[in-house]
Design a protein around this ligand. Structure first.
Ligand code: GAL
Length: 389
């Protein structure tokens, strides 16, 4: 009898706690629209119509006092990792409450088209070009039915921030250009590629010496996980995992952001870095990346440079505390500078759900600095006031 009573009480308390949590973390306004008041990393994140936000591997553009969140539209079930819809865009003024602005870049129903429905479109990033007044979207593209072999970058352009974006082309960047930081002697050598046994213990030497760059010299460099970064001087850079995901390339974009200039560097050859996110703080460039374990999380890495052209210095795992070894079960996608708050940056990561991709979660956490090192700690629940502390 007593134990029945105590079970009843416990259930009652739990129910009360749930109601309390629901009321305070998300309530509704007079129009019945949902209001989010805190970030709750890893939980479902409702848009203002009560649907979990569908913008994975995303990036954010701040334009005209509004944040625009672009990301991969995913669907339910295993096939949901391919692009069946396109790139979705959401808008927000406070980073917590997002309205669904629809499909920014739509897949195409034309057999053989680069962005044919069923292709892989990942990690879209949109930037605004001040001089042309156009919005430019870059993304990682894998051609339909070819797994991850194509390793291409796609580019699309729009007159309005939310689109529609018009697909321009996809390519492997920097064909017939050597990296700026490659040994001049090596560029000029006449190397017989067949003498190298790829993927044997000699691969490390092969990577260091840039043999993948040489292999892909004519057709362009492989380009998978990526981001785009715009510097204070308006120059934009495409940063991507290249050389079989072994080496990051930082490549300068043309003044209209629609192509590569051919000027690029390789960083951390053989370092196996994916998911690059770049930001700038007090004149220093920072990069957060992940290791290479597919949809499974691993420990993040960070790096710093005083020039985007390097040298880049490894700073180790920016995450601290419990869960740091797996980036709190997430993988980086973007670092967002909070508008109007000097030094306030948000780490954006994805908690992938490859068996049901639409259910993938977002892990957003504040970045703080210890000296010149970015540090990310877990927060169950937080808001922008953490940056005032
Ligand atoms: C991850 C990558 C994702 C996606 C996935 C496919 O490593 O970061 O964007 O490409 O692999 O397995």
């Amino acid at each position: 009898m007593v134990s029945l009573l105590s079970i009843g009480l416990r259930w009652g308390m739990q129910l009360l706690a749930l109601v309390f949590l629901f009321y305070f973390s998300a309530s509704t306004n007079s129009e019945g629209l949902r209001i989010n008041q805190t970030f709750t990393p890893g939980e479902l994140w409702w848009d203002n119509e009560g649907t979990h936000i569908n913008a994975h591997g995303g990036g954010i553009l701040y334009h005209d006092h509004t944040y625009y969140w672009f990301g991969e539209h995913k669907t339910a079930g295993r096939g949901g990792n391919t692009a069946l819809v396109g790139v979705q865009v959401y808008a927000s003024r406070d980073l917590l409450n997002w309205s669904n602005e629809g499909v920014a870049l739509s897949v195409v129903d034309e057999a053989g088209h680069d962005i044919e429905r069923g292709a892989v479109i990942e990690r879209p990033k949109v930037v605004y070009n001040e001089s042309t007044g156009k919005f430019v979207m870059w993304f990682h593209l894998e051609l339909k039915g070819q797994g991850y072999i194509a390793a291409r970058a796609g580019v699309a352009v729009a007159e309005e921030v939310t689109g529609p974006y018009t697909f321009i082309e996809s390519l492997r960047p920097n064909a017939q250009h050597w990296p700026v930081n490659m040994d001049a002697d090596f560029k000029n050598q006449d190397v017989d590629l067949d003498q190298y046994e790829w993927w044997t213990p000699r691969w490390r030497k092969a990577v260091d010496e840039g043999l993948f760059v040489r292999r892909d010299f004519e057709g362009g460099q492989m380009s998978r996980d990526m981001t785009v970064f715009v510097d204070d001087d308006g120059k934009a850079y495409h940063v991507f995992s290249s050389e079989e995901n072994l080496t990051i390339h930082i490549a300068e974009l043309s003044d209209d952001y629609l192509s590569h200039t051919g000027r690029y560097i390789r960083i951390f050859p053989g370092g196996h870095n994916e998911a690059p996110a770049l930001f700038k703080h007090e004149g220093r460039y920072y990069m957060i990346t992940s290791g290479c374990t597919g949809w499974d999380p691993n420990a993040a890495r960070s790096a710093m440079a005083t020039s985007i052209w390097g040298p880049w210095e490894m700073l180790g795992n920016p995450c601290v505390g419990e869960g740091a070894d797996l980036t709190f079960h997430s993988q980086s996608t973007f670092v967002l500078p909070v508008a109007g708050k000097e030094g306030a940056f948000i780490f954006m990561g994805d908690r992938w759900r490859p068996r049901n991709p639409i259910d993938g979660r977002y892990v957003w956490l504040p970045i703080k600095f210890e000296g010149h090192k970015p540090v990310i700690e877990w927060h169950e629940e937080w808001d922008l006031s953490v940056f005032d502390e």
